[in-house]
Design a protein around this ligand. Sequence first.
Ligand code: NAP
Ligand code: ZN
Ligand code: ZN
Length: 346
Amino acid sequence: MTTVAAYAAPAAKAPLERTTVERRPVGENDVLIDIKFAGICHSDIHQVREGWGKAIFPMVPGHEIAGVVAETGPGVTRFKTGDRVGVGCMVDSCRVCTNCKAGLEQYCADGPVWTYNSIGKDGEPTYGGYAQTVVVDENYVVRIPGALPLDAAAPLLCAGITTYSPLRHWAAGPGKRVAVVGLGGLGHVAVKIAHALGADVTVLSQSLRKKDDGLRLGAAHYHATSDPATFEELAGHFDLIVNTVSAPLDFAAYFSLLRTDGTMVNLGLPEEPVPVAMQALFGGRRSMSSSGIGGIAETQEMLDFCAEHGVTAEIELIRADQVNEAYERVLASDVRYRFVIDTATI
Ligand code: NAP
Ligand code: ZN
Ligand code: ZN
């Protein structure tokens, strides 16, 4: 075991503080990663606050990990010391179920081993990326292309794949009208990727405060959801609505913006159940769906796509001791557009 410095929440809702955690020895197929940057996802905040149910403490959040390989186990074939690598939300899965075999490890029948707030195959709790190092099986590690700076690439490991996967699944591209609801961490990457895929992109934000940014990131249109005229003007307009909002929404109002056979895919994971009026879907054979991150191969595909199209996150780089303040700003929708911790400051 190796002791490394980390930032952890000692208990539910408690502020994060500097501490240490144990990392397992580098096994046969493991890669030891020297973590350089860790993005702050809203999911980190939901879990630190036990908003999704009982969690494991102390909790070292962080599933947007970018770093450099420091050591490899004897059986590792895909990575060598010095490689630039990333780790997202999963660090293992059963590998034999139908979903794992189909490259959908995120939907593993046994549930994947999450990067933190989970129990690993060794029976020990997993600890995430707000730390100096992590040891991960090479099958759950991806390569960060040289064209992507490590700090701005870190958020792609969750925000990138979470938006890329549904945009590809529902075939966002030329001739498709795509709405992105919420211009936060996920939302701003969704805008960039949907634009790079050739879709006609609209941002639906609470206000017009970030309009200039939204248009610069690749949206062709920008509307405030606080303005009732938005819902009249855009009725029946979209092929696909990508909802990245972390709080409950008036779903019926958004369904009315879909064309016949349009889909609203929900990526946001509010802490409370959301009532849905089925009549709103019924008019026009509309669908409501959800999507969770993406598989390992698709995460690599997303990184290669982002390198090819120059897509990275817009980040605010912070010191580790600013993490609690950053959480408050995320909760206040005051993030432009992803906080990333410089792990050298831990
Ligand atoms: P974020 O940076 O906080 O962005 C969420 C955005 O939603 C905000 O910037 C804001 O955008 C909007 N918003 C916030 N509160 C709102 C409210 N009460 N009403 C309307 N709009 C509101 O969060 P994130 O990191 O992108 O994560 C978003 C959600 O996705 C979280 O629930 C997270 O847990 C979840 N998530 C899911 C997956 C998955 O696999 N499905 C993966 C990662 C994250 P505007 O200011 O533009 O309105
Ligand atoms: Zn995340
Ligand atoms: Zn499985």
